[in-house]
Design a protein around this ligand. Structure first.
Ligand code: ATP
Ligand code: MG
Length: 735
């Protein structure tokens, strides 16, 4: 046990060995918060203060949860399987599976990911004959999710006009549809669990008594509902006679709060301190992750934010290397340089796993991927177009979902006519109407269809029934393989011109099922606290996993690969070498943020997170032109670059003339050091400049393109929205 505590500094040691009280560890990046949290769990267990089943720990991503379990197994000779360590969504899923009856859900309820949710909403609007121009489905989805993240149901929503009233009605209809179909969306996982625990006293008591220690990583990014959920589980719900609750140990960093746009509230940290009467607020100030220059850059940047809780991070690791800054002619040029540099590092012996490419927006990964692919460098993308979101995978999963739950209408509609079975849109509409009238799932309403379509749908239902029988006793990977064959999916893609890649992905799904079983064990483990709760089938567990986890299958599992992800997804992680690309106004900071002070500060925190992921070497880059949404944009370097102490930066020049480029009106320029950013902007106007327009009012320029008579600027007019204006016609006055 002494080994466990051996390398901790005094503040870390104090935090790890606190008596069972509420505590808040407030500390900057890389100061060992996550390490302290994990070590505390190990310490509590190894000193016999609690059993593995008395702990609940919440982390932010599946990757982080896995890492925590791995670290725990390394520290302790215990089996960590079955421990309640995971993401909010993962833990809620587990709770609802164990108590689905009490939660009013079918035993095999399915999880809708965001794409499924959107299609469920579109289908609803169509069924109700609602004009989707007036009620754009995506917008309605955000409306619904934002309310649910606040812990609200339609009856509690604030209605301030007819339009909102209608939206709330549609939301209520949507809830009804989900309930009929036995599906839950991400926000519902949390809300349903919260409601279950607050209404069901015996159950609440059971968990309140069970969990003696609740530990939360990245506490700054919890939203209202998550905080309420934690309070409830910890026995701080205000109900009379609640048992002496769990000790809550929260770690966080206000400077890394990057989910305010999704309703996360840093204010939760202050509320926590007050409401739980936290006696112990511990600050950690030594950073063990990054070399001095990297840390200095991060500290200098974040100083520009107001109202911070304030911390002072230092390191004894020495200054290390300067931060290298590269300017590319174009995004392709930038990507080429990044990949060349990475290859050089790999040649020098840096592991691919220790090289990360970070970017602000998912769309930026495409050029990087293209370049990596061309040069034959193994890479892995986290997030983005997830494996489980690809068309062929969703088709295969839909068959599996129907096996598990025939009431799942989203799955039904996805594959009833895929591969084609001659069932027309008209017949499907009739079927949906019949289902709507009889308030039954499509699967059951199928009998009402007559004629040719009726026969075809009947054949489909028989196919599903047969598949269910045929796969009943098969191991999961074989179930997956069987349905890919028997559903006709493989045959279908064999006949498709571009089908090869899709077939490979389908094979990869069989592999994913196999590794899922290998990792999770062939059968789910009964929970000692609720031994009588029904165990989910391996299929149901796998489907939940597919909805919850971003599958990362570009590079084979276990293969070393360069890590690509958005800055949001990089939270909590660390790498020897980090490249941050696309440091341009409008991209990072993102254009949606420029109008608001709070938006700008959130972008700065995001940049702080990006910088502090690096251990030894940090690169930053930007391009003069970039293809975005099919157009070439001229770009101005990010203001964040100017906020860094210039003596920490090493400007590296282009090594050669660009071999290819995607900008069409760039004047031929040699490989001289490039500094003249402004030349790209038309007629004295630059990105970031405030302007006024007779009709739209005041705004700020967020992008420019073209020259002379073609010159156009994109202006964010706030309330009047984002506009592209041709300079020749629009009268813009610089302010
Ligand atoms: N006392 C220590 N001695 C040596 N290394 C340490 C010590 N404390 C932490 N570290 C190492 O420093 C690195 C950063 O730690 P950790 O990831 O726990 O920081 P964090 O505060 O959670 O960072 P973030 O805010 O980015 O999530 C890890 O590699 C960790 O193992
Ligand atoms: Mg951490």
């Amino acid at each position: 046990m002494s080994d466990l505590l051996a390398n901790l500094n005094p503040e870390q040691l104090q935090a790890v060995t606190l008596p069972p009280q509420h505590a808040l560890i407030l500390a900057g990046a890389g100061s060992g918060k996550t390490r302290v949290l994990t070590t505390r769990i190990a310490w509590l267990i190894s000193t016999g203060q609690m059993g593995p089943h008395a702990v609940l720990a919440v982390t932010f991503t599946n990757k982080a949860a896995k890492e925590m379990l791995a670290r725990l197994s390394a520290m302790l000779p215990i089996n960590t399987r079955g421990m309640w360590i995971g993401t909010f969504h993962g833990l809620c899923n587990r709770l609802l599976r164990a108590h689905h009856k009490e939660a009013g859900l079918p035993s095999l309820f399915q999880i809708l990911d965001s794409a499924d949710q959107l299609s469920a909403i579109k289908r609803l609007l169509k069924n109700l004959n609602v004009d989707d121009e007036k009620f754009p489905p995506r917008e309605l989805m955000h409306f619904i999710n934002a309310h649910k993240d606040q812990g609200l149901r339609p009856a509690q929503a604030e209605v301030w006009d007819d339009y909102t009233r209608r939206r709330v009605e549609l939301w209520a209809e949507y809830e009804g549809q989900c309930q009929r179909e036995g599906v839950v969306d991400f926000a519902e996982l949390l809300l349903r669990t919260y409601e279950l625990l607050s209404r069901n006293e015996p159950l609440r008591r059971h968990y309140q008594e069970r969990f003696r220690h609740i530990l939360v990583d990245e506490f700054q990014d919890t939203n209202r509902l998550q905080y309420a959920w934690l309070k409830l589980l910890a026995g701080h719900d205000g109900t009379a006679g609640a048992p002496q609750g769990a000790a809550v140990f929260a770690v966080g960093d206000d400077d890394q709060s990057i989910y305010a746009f999704r309703g996360a509230e840093v204010g939760n940290m202050r509320d926590f301190e007050r409401e739980f009467g936290v006696q112990n607020v511990i600050r950690l100030e030594q950073n063990y992750r990054s070399h001095g220059n990297i840390l200095d850059a991060a500290n200098a940047l974040i100083k520009n934010n107001q109202g911070r809780l304030g911390k002072n991070l230092w390191t004894d690791q020495g200054a290390g290397e300067p931060i290298r800054v590269f300017e590319g002619f174009s995004d392709l040029d930038e990507a080429r340089w990044i990949v060349d540099e990475a290859r050089e590092l790999i040649r020098e012996g840096v592991s691919r796993d220790q090289i990360a490419f970070l970017y602000r927006s998912n769309a930026q990964s495409r050029v990087l991927e293209h370049e990596l692919f061309t040069k034959g460098v193994a890479y892995k993308v986290y997030g983005g177009l997830r494996f489980f979101e690809r068309q062929e995978i969703k088709h295969a999963l839909a068959y599996l979902r129907l096996l598990a739950n025939p009431d799942d209408d989203t799955a039904f509609l996805r594959v009833v006519n895929f591969p084609t079975r001659g069932i027309g849109a008209r017949s499907l509409e009739n079927l949906q109407e019949a289902a709507h009238r009889s308030n039954s799932p499509l699967y059951n309403a199928a009998a009402s269809l007559t004629g040719k379509a009726g026969a075809a749908v009947g054949a489909f239902i028989r196919l599903i029934e047969e598949l269910r029988r045929e796969t009943e006793n098969l191991p999961l990977p074989e179930v997956v393989e069987h349905i890919i064959e028997r559903s006709g999916l493989r045959q279908h893609y064999l006949g498709e011109k571009e089908g090869q890649e899709r077939l490979e992905n389908l094979d990869e799904l069989i592999n994913a099922a196999a590794s899922f079983i290998a990792e999770e064990g062939a059968m789910p483990v009964p929970d000692p606290a609720t031994p009588d709760a029904p165990l989910p089938s391996p299929l149901a567990s796998f489907l939940a996993h597919a909805s919850l986890e971003a599958g990362d299958h570009q590079a084979g599992d276990g293969q070393e690969a360069v890590q690509l992800m958005t800055v949001h997804a990089a939270k909590g992680l660390e790498f020897d070498v980090v490249f941050i690309s696309g440091l341009e106004q409008g991209l990072f900071p993102h254009e949606n943020s420029v109008m608001e002070k709070s938006g700008e500060e959130e972008e700065r925190r995001l940049m702080y997170v990006a910088i502090t992921r690096a251990r030894q070497r940090l690169y930053m880059s930007h391009a003069q032109t970039r293809m975005l949404h099919g157009q070439t944009r001229y770009c101005v370097p990010s203001a964040f670059l100017d906020e860094l102490p210039q003596e920490l930066l090493l400007r590296v020049n282009a090594r050669s003339t660009p071999a290819y480029d995607n900008s069409y009106s760039r004047s031929p320029r040699a490989a001289a050091p490039v500094t003249a950013y402004e030349s790209a902007a038309p007629a004295g106007l630059r990105v970031g400049q405030n302007v006024s327009h007779a009709k739209f009012g005041q705004g700020v320029i967020v992008a420019t393109e073209g020259r002379g008579a073609d010159a156009r600027v994109q202006v964010n007019f706030g309330a009047a929205g984002m506009k592209w204006l041709a300079l020749e016609f629009a009268k813009l006055t610089p302010l």
